[in-house]
Design a protein around this ligand. Structure first.
Ligand code: BES
Ligand code: ZN
Length: 970
């Protein structure tokens, strides 16, 4: 039996009858049940870390199911609180819903690696590799076995030698496949001291986009070849060499690659020597410099054929951008960004980039968008390469963001690393915040902070309003659980609450705090609270008390606001409650410390009130405000909460939209909040449609972006009613004016955001079947395929989708040809995500088969299938196809986070109870490892969609009909 739960650092566990002993104290509050710990009473000890109990207390359902998996699992630095507080929290810990979970233990700390000396010899034709390593070990306590991670590797010649060359016999090697571990049982006990573990290993270079994997490319003369690439995050270094594969077990690495002389070989550090390989004159031995002390998931090496461009950054780092052969010009933009960003971060964080070089490599087959390996960042081609003629404005912006994000990790993640995956958000949320800082610095014209709300905050709020959300700090055990938390909570909620905090303490204190944090913990590991400690010290504000509620509890509040005027004062009544997408009341009565700001029409951008809402309610007085003047909560939508105004107040604000006296992000914010309230049934869809109409004269890209996503959501829903056509007509009316104003031709020196706006509106109008837009798209498409006039990259996606909507088989075939002939991956992606717009069932089935064919790289399969699943007709086809071919999907994507994304996009837009049940049942019978929470979230979304339709569809139909009639009369 495994007893498992969270404890502070240094707390030890033992079993005593049916109870757990923690550091010698009996915890009467825990009862054990086979693999789980069931919380059944109050926590009586105040010697324990606060983490386990607060996490549990806040989110019993979720936490408990994870809670049980980890023995001696440290989730926070120790902190002592009065036992009365534990008792208060303990009361909420009951009634946990349990899911079956795999037991899991972290590696023992009795033996730790200090240094690895690794040699790898890949064979990129047979797709296998062999290697050997010598790991310098520190034995901390006497041990009779050594446990480390190893997966799908054949191990040989395992030896343990002490400093004097004395060998200790290994009596038995146990491969614990389930737990991805190798256990070397020793003949005698190893006493504390330094030893060397030496062993050889062999493995396959797999095509699964993880571990040491192969990526296919065509040589100049059309021959299919493979490069060898690594992707180790989160837990796949163990597939490439046996190691202590946990982020907190840091060591230095000397890496040597034995590779063909005509291939480029890259690693985290620069080359120190290249020597002949005696056994084979075609190979040579490339030795790389020693790395700083670092985590295994950041080790990387790449062997293949590449060209590169290079530049030295202002602070002396050699930056290179590696591209496919013949495409080095496409690396210029990424190179530019990287070379500029390194000195910017150095200055911002006040800490140097510690390596002498930074390589960026575009890899043809890549699961994520990019990976921050220290000194050797790998990218999907579409996230790094920019082709002047064929890259869209949107893509170019994305490349800047991705480069900014990965380079931020070089400090945040690589230099200072999360102690465990529970704190993944420290890496990802933080990098997602900082990417905007640097992109704003390099490209102020992108106005990236205005895009932050729609791209980052809103998706996070949406996901976090589900009952099946999870806290930012999420208990993680078995590796299978990790992929799923690379989600909108870790990235987007993480970034959004950092932005809220940045605003609360101000940029100067924030920078000072960051510098303190990075300096204090460099080359080390941290818990979330370490970040709060540094920021508190720098700002002298209670950062930890405010922020822990946001990271340890799931969800966020809705602030309800009512007001009365007294003479020249406005008295506001505020109250908070957790916002739940289904409109129910939060049974746990969760509270947050909410930094609140309020702006008024006299001072629309600088808040006239700032304070922290601590309890459930507060009264706030705005001085010097006339009855006709408005106030708005949360200016700039910086706070991670929703606002619900009483109707009278909202009316005031709507007229401020009409007159554009409300700043853009606040216009957007009103709509965003109202839509969420509509989904929760607190407000009606008709009210939201009325608000949408106030945006007809809008001129800001970001605001339109939110308007369009609101329309898309409605369109998805109304596709299940007879009002779909009416909605499209409403959309055409709303977007028509601005679309015609912008036209298809871009003007010289046009603003970046205008370009984005034009692409956005044309794309939407095509989706709303606007005859003019579709006709123009057809015309341009003809010229394009005849080779007479290229469609500008910004419109290609729109045109492809538009021509397919009404399209015949011949258009489909034209597009397949474009796909096959495209050498730029971005172009293939554009076609891939257009294919599903065709409205022909037979062809859609072919598209699904195409997605799984070997013409589509498995990294892109998800795009194609998601595009099919984006319409009502295609959704059923795609879902059925997925179910029918389950074994194939499972085999190809098992344990890959792409599967998480696929499951989400296939299921979440259905809108009936029957589908919710069907999805639930399917995944009950077909266990889809690592997607458990995603399935629960999707099922919840499907039920929310169904409830929404049930509530509002009829009224929406009546409203839209009246609008169409009115338009006809005009
Ligand atoms: N560390 C991640 C890459 C990653 C993701 C590894 C999932 C393992 C599993 C990287 O820093 C990242 O976040 N990449 C993003 C791009 C970024 C700009 C949001 C991605 O791949 O989507
Ligand atoms: Zn990242």
């Amino acid at each position: 039996m495994t007893a498992l739960f969270y404890l502070s650092r240094g707390t030890r566990l033992a079993l005593y009858r049916n109870r757990i002993l923690a550091s010698g104290e009996l915890l009467q509050s825990f009862k054990l049940d086979r693999y789980r710990v069931v919380v059944s009473g109050l926590v009586l000890s105040n010697q324990l870390a606060v983490c386990p109990f607060t996490t549990l207390a806040y989110r019993p359902v979720y936490s408990c199911q994870r809670f049980s998996q980890i023995r001696g699992f440290v989730t926070g630095r120790s902190e002592t609180k009065a036992s009365s507080e534990f008792e208060q929290q303990g009361k909420e810990e009951l009634n946990c819903k349990m899911l079956p979970v795999k037991p899991f233990e972290r590696l023992p700390k009795t033996v730790v690696p200090v240094h690895y000396d690794i040699t790898i010899k890949p064979d990129l034709v047979k797709l296998v590799f062999e290697g050997h390593e010598s790991v310098t070990l520190k034995v901390v306590e006497p041990v009779d076995q050594i446990i480390l991670n190893s997966l799908e590797l054949e191990l040989e010649n395992i030896r343990i030698v002490d400093e004097a060359g004395q060998e200790t016999n290994i009596s038995k090697v146990v491969l614990d496949v389930e737990n991805e571990k190798a256990i070397f049982k020793l003949d005698s006990v190893l006493q504390p001291g330094q030893y060397h573990l030496k062993l050889g290993f062999k493995g396959a270079i797999i095509d699964k986009l993880k571990g040491f994997y192969c990526s296919k490319y065509l040589s100049a003369d059309g021959e299919e070849r493979y490069s060898g690439v690594t992707q180790f995050e989160p837990t796949d270094a163990r597939r490439a060499f046996p190691c202590w594969d946990e982020p907190a077990v840091k060591a230095t690495f000397d890496i040597t690659l034995v590779v063909p002389k005509d291939r480029v070989a890259l690693c985290n550090m620069p080359v120190v020597s290249e020597l002949p390989y005696e056994a084979d004159p075609n190979l040579h031995v490339v030795k790389f410099d020693r790395t700083p002390i670092m985590s295994t998931y950041l080790v990387a090496y790449v062997v293949g054929e590449f060209d590169y461009v290079e530049e030295r950054s202002a602070d002396g780092v050699l930056v290179r951008c590696y591209t496919p052969v013949g495409k080095k010009e496409q690396g210029r933009f990424g190179l530019y960004v990287a070379a500029k960003v390194l000195p910017y971060y150095k200055e911002y964080f006040g800490v140097e980039y510690p390596l002498p070089k930074m390589d960026l490599v575009a890899v043809a087959d890549f699961a994520a968008g990019a990976m921050e390996n220290w000194g050797l960042v790998t990218y999907r081609e579409t996230c790094l390469l920019v082709d002047d003629q064929n890259t869209s404005t949107q893509r170019r912006q994305w490349v800047a963001i991705v480069v900014g994000h990965e380079l931020a990790h070089q400090w945040f993640g690589n230099l200072v690393t999360m102690e465990w995956w529970t704190h993944l958000w420290l890496n990802e949320g933080y990098a997602t915040f900082v990417e905007s800082l640097c992109v704003d610095h390099l490209f102020p014209e992108f106005k990236i902070w205005t895009q932050f709300v729609t791209d980052t905050s809103t998706p996070a709020l949406d996901l976090d309003s589900l009952k099946n959300s999870h806290p930012i700090e999420v208990p993680i055990g078995h590796p299978e659980e990790i992929d799923e938390i690379f989600d909108d909570i870790s990235y987007h909620k993480g970034a959004a609450i950092i932005r809220m905090l940045h605003n609360y303490i101000g940029d100067d204190d924030f920078r000072r705090g960051m510098k303190l944090y990075l300096t204090r913990h460099k080359y080390g590991n941290t818990f979330t609270e370490d970040l709060w400690a540094a920021l508190s010290e720098a700002s002298k504000k209670p950062v930890g008390s405010i922020m822990s509620g946001w990271t340890k509890q799931m969800g966020f509040p809705v602030i309800r606001v009512s007001a009365r005027q007294e003479a020249d004062k406005r008295i506001l009544q505020l109250s908070q409650q957790r916002f739940l997408a289904d409109g129910t009341k939060d049974e746990n009565n969760t509270m947050w410390m909410v930094p609140i700001e309020i702006a008024t029409s006299r001072s629309p951008t600088t808040p006239s009130k700032s304070f922290v809402l601590e309890g459930e309610t507060a009264e706030v007085v705005l001085d010097d405000i006339r009855p006709d003047e408005w106030f708005k909560m949360n200016p700039g939508q910086v706070g991670f909460y929703r606002t619900c105004y009483e109707p009278e107040l909202l009316k005031h604000l709507v007229s401020a939209i009409d007159h554009q006296t409300l700043p853009p992000l606040d216009r957007l914010g009103l709509l965003d909040d109202l839509f969420a309230l509509v989904q929760a049934g607190h407000s009606s869809t008709v009210e939201a449609l009325t608000l949408l109409e106030a945006f007809a004269n809008e001129d800001q890209y970001t605001v339109w972006n939110r308007v369009c996503s609101a329309l898309s959501k409605l369109s998805h829903l109304l596709a299940y009613t007879e009002h779909h056509e009416l909605l499209k007509s409403f959309g055409r009316q709303l977007l028509g004016g601005m679309t015609r104003k912008l036209g298809w031709e871009s003007k010289p020196d046009e603003e970046h955001l205008t370009k984005l706006l034009r692409s956005l509106l044309l794309g939407r109008m095509a989706m709303f079947d606007d005859p003019e837009v579709i006709a123009e798209a057809e015309r341009r498409f003809q010229l394009h395929i005849k080779g007479e006039e290229q469609i500008p990259a910004d419109f290609r996606s729109t045109v492809y989708k538009a021509v397919l909507r009404t399209g015949s088989r011949s258009k489909y075939e034209d597009l397949l040809r474009i796909y096959r002939e495209a050498s730029l991956h971005e172009e293939k992606d554009r076609v891939a995500s257009a294919l599903g717009t065709i409205k022909n069932e037979e062809i859609l089935k072919e598209v699904l088969a195409f997605a799984m064919s070997n013409e589509v790289r498995s990294q892109d399969t998800v795009f194609v299938i998601s595009s099919v699943a984006s319409s009502k007709l295609g959704r059923d086809l795609a879902w059925n196809y997925f179910k029918d071919n389950w074994d194939l999907f499972n085999e190809r994507f098992k344990g890959a986070f792409l599967l998480v994304r696929l499951v989400k996009s296939l299921t979440e837009n259905f809108a009936s109870e029957e589908k919710a049940i069907e999805i639930e049942n399917f995944f009950k019978e077909h266990h889809c490892v690592g997607t458990e929470r995603t399935v629960q979230q999707s099922v919840e979304s499907v039920r929310l969609n169904a409830a929404w339709l049930g509530r509002d569809a009829e009224a929406v139909g009546i409203y839209l009909t009246s609008k169409t009639n009115a338009a006809a009369v005009e």
